[in-house]
Ligand binder design. Structure first.
Ligand code: FE2
Length: 386
């Protein structure tokens, strides 16, 4: 009898021995988006994705130049921020990139040491360590630049008992749609420019102490028309995983190049959100209006038992139900995974979401890349950008 597969929630144990511990990370703290209209975007994330109203700052709390809505679902925290005047630098970010991710915040024990250690290793400073406090305690934050105009903010909250961060109040709302079962951020993917992937891989290794634990080249990730390359970077305890993509030459335009054209530079391509019941989560998301990539052809589902190999008897889900919802399946030596990708969630074809359920597998769905990219190419063809 083979072992029973369970959803993976990585513990604090050190699983990537090569990674270094000068930057111990406790996990992702939050992801902050700069958007044109935070109030309406927050409504979308509540209604469509089941995020809960959590914290707020704006004119009512003394924040004169920006408004921020914090949304929460289980361990996932998103901040949606809009400027309140025309001189805020947030405007420049929105004009250039459209709505997108500005900050990938990492939860640390010591934000001063995180800043010093990474800057010493070559990081470009974004924010010197600063202390903010209110009646609930003290938070120390600092920040460094990563690819494009994206930044990492280090958040030290061990001496803080408040809801979120100083400056924020609880966001009470009468409108509270049910959660959809999203639990935590599994990984966050960055798109960088032509030939820049290895530069950023080296940067995450040297500056952040991450390790490259999976790589895919354009021979593995290509269709008849287009290609990309990807390397997955992980911190020491495996809680923070950043795959980095770059476009590769093909007959037609790589989806990564399309992203770079519309985002006008490197940036976050997708957030993968984990669930432990993907069928229920996707039924909910579809009913609430989230749009997903179109399904792969019938042959894809016919081949699932073959693709699962020795894990095929462990598949708990009905293949017909997966097909009905267009959920993809892949397997590696350790188990299988279920995943599905949304269409871009803003008008520019830039950021999208992945919903993933891991049943032992630690991979990223390499067996699905071809079916997935063919679906993306059909969308690109519709947009006239293939
Ligand atoms: Fe992904």
């Amino acid at each position: 009898m083979s072992k029973e597969l369970k959803s993976v929630d990585y513990g604090l144990e050190k699983i990537f021995e090569g990674a270094q511990d000068f930057l111990p990370l406790l996990g992702t703290d939050y992801v902050e988006f700069y958007v044109g209209n935070a109030k309406q975007a927050a409504h979308y994330y509540k209604t469509a994705f089941g995020f809960q109203s959590f914290a707020y700052k704006g004119l009512e709390t003394g924040s004169k130049d920006r408004v921020s809505y914090v949304l929460k679902q289980d361990k996932i925290k998103l901040i949606l921020t809009s400027p309140l005047n025309s001189v805020s630098p947030i405007n420049d970010h929105i004009v250039k990139h459209g709505d997108g991710v500005k900050v990938v915040a990492l939860w640390v024990e010591d934000a001063r040491s995180a800043f010093e250690e990474t800057v010493k290793r070559g990081a470009k400073p974004y924010m010197e360590p600063q202390t903010e406090e209110d009646e609930s305690g003290v938070v120390v934050t600092s920040g460094i630049h990563t690819y494009g105009e994206t930044v990492h903010v280090f958040v030290e909250r061990k001496n803080y008992k408040g809801l979120f961060l100083p400056g924020y109040i609880a966001w009470e709302s009468d409108y509270n749609p049910e959660p959809t079962g999203l639990k935590f951020i599994d990984h966050m993917v960055g798109n960088v420019g032509w030939g820049e992937m290895d530069t950023w891989v080296k940067w995450y290794e040297e500056v952040m102490g991450f390790e490259n634990f999976l790589s895919f080249d354009d021979k593995q990730i290509h269709t008849e028309y287009s290609a990309l390359m990807s390397k997955v970077m992980s911190n020491g305890n495996g809680r923070v995983k950043f795959p980095i993509n770059e476009p590769a030459e093909g007959q037609k335009k790589s989806q990564i190049e399309e992203y770079l054209d519309f985002y006008e530079g490197p940036g976050v391509q997708h957030l993968a959100l984990a669930t432990d019941n993907i069928i229920e989560t996707i039924k909910q998301l579809r009913a609430r209006g989230v749009e997903f990539l179109p399904p792969p052809p019938q042959a894809y589902y016919d081949e699932i038992p073959k693709r699962l190999g020795e894990h095929r008897h462990m598949l708990n889900e009905d293949i017909r139900e997966l097909q009905k919802l267009s959920i993809l399946v892949d397997a590696d030596e350790e188990g299988y995974l279920l995943q599905i990708f949304t269409k871009p969630v803003e008008d520019r074809p830039t950021l999208f979401y992945e919903i993933i359920q891991r049943m032992g597998a630690r991979g990223f769905g390499a067996g699905n890349f071809k079916a997935l990219f063919e679906a993306i190419e059909r969308e690109q063809a519709n947009r006239g950008t293939l």
